[in-house]
Structures are given as C-alpha cells and as structure tokens.
Write a protein that binds this ligand. Structure first.
Ligand code: C2E
Ligand code: MG
Ligand code: MG
Ligand code: MG
Length: 282
C-alpha cells in the first residue's frame, strides 16, 4: 500500500473513503504493530546555552520508520494516537526509553536534562505520576534530570486536577516546561500558581526575528515575563545566526534549532557533544 493512503485528514468523514476515518484506523493499527515490532525510535535535539554554547539538555522526539510506509512524522501520527488513546502506550514507551537514555548519560557524567513531550490524554490518565516515578526508579535517574514538556491546553483542561498533578510531579523533583508557549490560551494566571520551571518560545514567533515587529514584541514580552517570574526561557526553532543574536541580546538564555542541530539519534548526538572523540564507526 502507498504511504499516501495512510495520511490523516481531519476534514474527511466519509466512511471508507481514501483519507477518511478508515485510513485513520489503518494508521492506528500500523502504530500498534510498530510499537510491538520496535519501529519507533527516539531522537534527541540539543538545547544549548546561548552564551557558552554548551549543550545543557536534549528534547526527545519520536521517530517512526515503517518498513512499508516509510517515515511518518509525529505531526501526522501523534494526533491520531491522541484520538484513539494509543498515545498512552506510546507515551509510556517514550518515557521509559528517554529515562533509560538519560540515565546512561547521567552515569557518563554528562549532566544533560532530557525533556519529553507529554500529551494531554497521557497527563490526565490515572496513575501518570506513578508511572513517571517508577520509570525514574527503574533506571536509577535523579528526577531533576527529567523534564516534562506540557502544552498550555493541559493546564486549562481540569485546572484543579492539573494543579495537583503538577504539584506531585514537582515534589518528585521532575522539571516542568510549557511547550509552544504563546500559542495556547492567553490566561497567564496559571504561571503564578503552577510550579513551572521553563517556557519554550514557540518557533512561530522565532521565525520572523529580527525583522518582524510583532515577533520582536512577543519575544521581548515572553523573555521579560520569564525574568519576572524566575522561569528559564528557551527559544525553539532557531535556524539563523541573526535569530540567535537577536535572542541573546534580548536576554533569552537557551535555544534549540537547526542552527545548532536537528534531532539526532543518540550516537550522533554524543558525537556532536564530543566532536574530538567520535565513537568508532562514525
Ligand atoms: P514540539 O515538541 O514543539 O517539537 C519541536 C518540533 O520542531 C520538532 O518536530 C523538531 O524536529 C522541530 N524543530 C526543531 N528545530 C527546528 C528548526 O530549527 N526549524 C524547524 N522548522 N523545525 C524545528 P517533530 O519532531 O516533527 O515533532 C513535531 C511535534 O510532534 C512536537 O512538537 C510534539 O508536539 C510532537 N511530538 C514529537 N515527539 C513526541 C512524543 O514523543 N510524544 C508526544 N506526545 N508528542 C511528540
Ligand atoms: Mg516539545
Ligand atoms: Mg515546541
Ligand atoms: Mg510544537
């Protein structure tokens, strides 16, 4: 079967028609098979200290290479998995895998915080905090070496329950970040109440830097907000040196983006960290 027939189209609801609910179902089935057969991988994108150029952490991003369908991007299958609930086992796999990798780097003395993306469905599922605690325990990883990236929508949905959960995670010692900051709901009150450590400036606001006046204004506002609330700020999607320079002048302390590196498999990630000691075979 061609890859195109598995693509997800939100708008089409005609049963059985190509691209409609049936292909969503087929994609969902393919995901179930991929998890069993081990076709998911995690890649790691460096998060860099703006001033020193030191790699401080890594965002784990899921990759799926299917022998039949080819590469399927998370932007395509994560929404399908969220809808079907299959994001829960996928998210569990990501958690275990990332914590395992983080523990390995930790034992090597690399001091890298590994971030994972958490879906709303996964976050609100009973037992989420216990799953995180047990993954950390199983790998022997100090909680402070793991960060969870949450979207603003997670915090809005059942805010009371979300607060309890965030508090429990924060008590564990896990770091908490708001992903794609600025693209969700505009209520800022939660930043005061919730135990957040870091904001990630969405790449849609970075793209137009330094020329676009609105992007400049928004990024300045986020950096100032972060400073006032004692939150770390990381800019996403930094592709050019001009963007990086602008962000540095603004006071943004960390960045992530193709300018430094895309998400890499763990061996290439390590090679990027110690370019003078490439592992054998690279
Ligand atoms: P995100 O968490 O905001 O991740 C950042 C996305 O931007 C990644 O896309 C990354 O490859 C891409 N990116 C990084 N730097 C640049 C850059 O300089 N330029 C451009 N154009 N893009 C850049 P990716 O890996 O395709 O992931 C897309 C989204 O899928 C993620 O957005 C996240 O929401 C979701 N996702 C990825 N992995 C997972 C996962 O393990 N679990 C969950 N629940 N969601 C995931
Ligand atoms: Mg993210
Ligand atoms: Mg993001
Ligand atoms: Mg995003």
């Amino acid at each position: 079967a061609g890859r195109a027939s598995y693509r997800f189209h939100r708008s089409c609801e005609v049963p059985g028609q190509d691209g409609g609910p049936r292909s969503r179902l087929r994609l969902d089935n393919a995901m179930r098979q991929a998890l069993v057969e081990g076709h998911f991988r995690l890649h790691y994108q460096p998060q860099v200290d703006m001033n020193t150029g030191k790699v401080l952490g890594a965002e784990a991003l899921i990759r799926w290479h299917d022998p039949e369908l080819g590469n399927i991007s998370p932007g395509e299958f994560i929404p399908v998995a969220e809808q079907s609930g299959f994001i829960v086992p996928i998210g569990d796999w990501v958690l275990r895998q990332a914590v395992h990798q983080a523990a390995q780097w930790y034992r090597q003395g690399r001091g890298l915080v590994v971030s994972i993306n958490v879906s709303a469905v996964q976050f609100h599922r009973a037992g989420f905090v216990d799953r995180v605690a047990s993954a950390l325990h199983a790998a022997g990883l100090p909680a402070g070496m793991l960060e969870l990236e949450l979207t603003e929508s997670i915090l809005i949905q059942d805010a009371q329950e979300a607060l309890l959960r965030l508090q429990a995670l924060s008590d564990l010692g896990v770091k908490l970040a708001i992903d794609d900051f600025g693209t969700g709901y505009s209520s800022l009150g939660y930043l005061k109440r919730f135990p957040i450590d870091r904001l990630k400036i969405d790449r849609s606001f970075v793209r137009g830097l330094p020329g676009d006046e609105s992007d400049v204004g928004i990024v300045n506002a986020i950096v100032n907000l972060g400073r006032a609330l004692h939150l770390e700020i990381v800019a996403e999607g930094v592709e050019t040196e001009d963007q990086r320079q602008f962000l540095m002048r603004t006071g943004c302390e960390q960045y992530q983006g193709f300018l430094f590196a895309p998400a890499l498999d763990s061996r290439s990630f390590e090679a990027k960290l110690d370019p003078e000691n490439p592992p054998a075979g690279l």
